[in-house]
Design a protein around this ligand. Sequence first.
Ligand code: RIB
Ligand code: CA
Length: 314
Amino acid sequence: MTTPRKIIIDTDPGQDDAVAILLALASPEDIEVIGITAVAGNVPLPLTQKNARIICELAGETDTPVYAGCDRPLAHTLVTAEHVHGKTGLDGPNLPDPTMQLTDGHAVDFIIDTLRNEPAGTVTLCPIGPLTNIATAFQKAPDIIEKVQEIILMGGAYFEVGNVTPAAEFNIYVDPEAADIVFKSGAPIVVMPLDVTHKALVTQQRNDAFRDIGTPVGIAVAQMTEFFERFDKEKYGSEGAPLHDPCVTAYLIKPDLFKGRHVNVEIETVSDLTRGMTVADWWDVTDRPANALFIGDVDADGFFALLTERIARL
Ligand code: RIB
Ligand code: CA
């Protein structure tokens, strides 16, 4: 019997963030969510912190502390994605406003205090939005970096190229300076880039399976993924939209669903043309040290079977 992984989910909900959080909250034997930290990204911070609380209430997990974090990137003005996620960031289901309160204190201080107070190597950070909170915590308290068990993040792209520019994926594009700090930190990193998330497509059959769960959570997940996928299906002409962020929490539960390669990844922060590109040395053509497990493949049927089974628990 393994002990559950203690994690902090750093998030910019976002329908796919919501499914990632629900998967984690539905899996107490694998994951202990010690806190959720909101960051500006898909929508501004007042909405991401509100949406994080809506999701906790939907899961019936109102004891999970939710903190508000950074409301803008380190160096750029905030770029949001209402065109994908709707003006609330959680368009699709009609979910009630949260009654649970935001926990006092800044998300960055919660990340720092948690890593300082928990035994070294026992807390995993799961950023599924721009990396502003994580980078700010590392800058403010460099001593916490060696205490991080692992960072499992959704972001970046290499063979799949970008989704917000030809070169960059949204989370990294929004705050490339933060990503640069995290990727150079020396903490162990697992990256879930578009290369793998674009293989986790919410087909109609998979969406029907969410709806057929028949519970309020199952129906809400079906409505969220239906809303969220309309943009990507149109854009990519694919049979469904990629379900990005749940790849992070699914990896914690069933890592064998995924395949990747340990490579060097560096972040473009200088050029406007390629700002936020994750330059992965996939063929090891430089002498730059490998700093990340860059995931390129997933057993999509296994991923959705896990997701559907666990969502049905809530
Ligand atoms: O590019 C996809 C990522 O950007 C996902 O995390 C999605 O929620 C948005 O934040
Ligand atoms: Ca996200």
